[in-house]
Design a binder for this molecule. Sequence first.
Ligand code: SF4
Ligand code: SF4
Length: 629
Amino acid sequence: MEKTLLSIEQMEEINSLLKQKAVEAGAETWQDRKEAQKVSCKFGEEGVCCRICSMGPCRITPKAPRGICGANADTIAARNFARMVAAGAAAHSDHARDIAHVLHMSSENGSYKVKDKDKLYKLAGEWGVSTEGKDLYDVAHEVAEVALMEFGKPFGTLRFLDRAVDGRKETWEKEKVAPRAIDREIATIMHSTHIGCTAEAESLVRMGIRTGLSDGWGGSMIGTELTDILFGTPTPTQTESNLGVLEEDMVNIVLHGHDPSLSEMIVLASEDAELVAYAKEKGAKGINLAGLCCTANEVTMRHGVKMAGNFLQQENAVLTGAVEAVIVDVQCIFPAMAALADCFHTKFITTSPKAKIPGATHIEFDEHHAFDSAKGIVKEAIDNYANRDRAKVYIPDSKQTAMAGYSIEAIIKQLDLVTNSHVDKTGTVKPLADCIVSGVLRGAVGIVGCNNPKVRPDYSHIEIIKNMIANDVIVVATGCAAQAAAKAGLLDKEARNLAGQGLRTVCELVDIPPVLHMGSCVDISRIILLVNAVAKHLNMDIPKLPVVGIAPEWMSEKAVAIGNYVIGSGIDTFLGVYPQVTGSAEMVDLLTNRVEDIVGAKFTVEMDPAKLSEQVLERIEAKRTALGI
Ligand code: SF4
Ligand code: SF4
């Protein structure tokens, strides 16, 4: 059966109907603010505005090629870029630190328990934590302590670097980009970008890579591992995506943000019999939970919770008029959501002291009484059901089925389906490596990142994914890119019919969709480890593989940190939005050219998704030719 995709035009039609709802309600949306910000500052756009000391702000022009301290465009752009990496790494890593604390408070009878014991014991073994005769939770707490030390240990480099293929480890050592402690790398960037410190662009680019790697092989990897230990390693699960997942006659709760220690508890609370009965008492048929952004990815990967949409869809969820509460924690939450929610009955509930927003209802989530705390928040939503104004409700009749839950463990299990157990061991990435070497699959790409109003929302994600799979390139996706794929219908197994012959056959035999949802943004560490496993299997360093990373619509500092660790891991990275460094010829040269001499991979920037696709396919074929495969 041919898969019917939701086209970008259909998505845009729904968006404009919802925009109309905003106009009727007198509400402002991102489109209005984008319009108001139409003429962006050229100096900021090019990265040549500096305000890191009070002699400034300074900006670089042909007539004023240096700031007051003497910093030129290269220094300023490099410092700004490095600070973006530091902020991104800080966001992922602080998220991971919280998860480590949650693992540390896990207990047999508490809200947080260890769900994946095998993964815990495996990690304990890897980190030299003895398990012999110990209580499960003593092991969990010791592993959590080791993880927490990774943030600030005084000596050595990060433990997870040991997982890397030899070539990577050697490169990191040789080029002095092997990250030490996570917080240390972030602090070093803040130090070195202070006035009067590092002025050399290349030095700052190297620091950016080291700090990026402290995220990808540190914070994010710790976050993903410990989240799997606490809440379970994802397995393939069927779900639905887009605003059509909201229900006319149920209490709709939208979870938005990133931290699974909140969202997991909200999932449990919304399934609680007492609360479901309470919702019915209030006239609803039940409680309907849906996710936005990375929280959606986390809970859909583990529970199949439906996905309401991605970054630029967050306001649309409120505009349906059918959402009783948007519950948020940290990261990627528009502060504008508070004012928007005021135009509807929706309660906008912030829960984290790290992300308070004026105008929101703040109910601090108490991790020490997590389940009860989550129940209290869900009850607020139920109580709000009676306030829904039915005249304002418009739930677009649009949703797609999607598969999610492709952790590395899950992917390997699917690959076992085509492993000849008489000849080969099961539980390896060999079938994937074989398909790439034989050319049945030309290569693999990871499509990640956000939405950005600078480009047509979701268009680049969807176009590039379609181009990749049609050319027998398997796609793995995370973050808001995965959500774009889900909305379009590309995460459905039937989407294999849009793939080329080779990929289609692989999808049929392995029983997977052509685009594998591998999780949230911190789960990009899963992608890195999968590529690393293939490299190890083929006994070669990562830059040789026909594998590419793409962030077609990136916007956040986290995406900059990710880009840095992806190239640091030896994977060429294609961006669909320019980083703010174009005012420095040296920075452009460093990022798109010279950095390859350091880590074996570089950035390419191309805003046109058709051209970007062509370039990616060319890069993949060039890597194949170089390998003689
Ligand atoms: S650090 Fe230099 S360029 Fe930046 S604001 Fe201060 S004086 Fe100006
Ligand atoms: S992909 Fe970007 S917008 Fe989406 S949740 Fe991650 S950082 Fe935020």
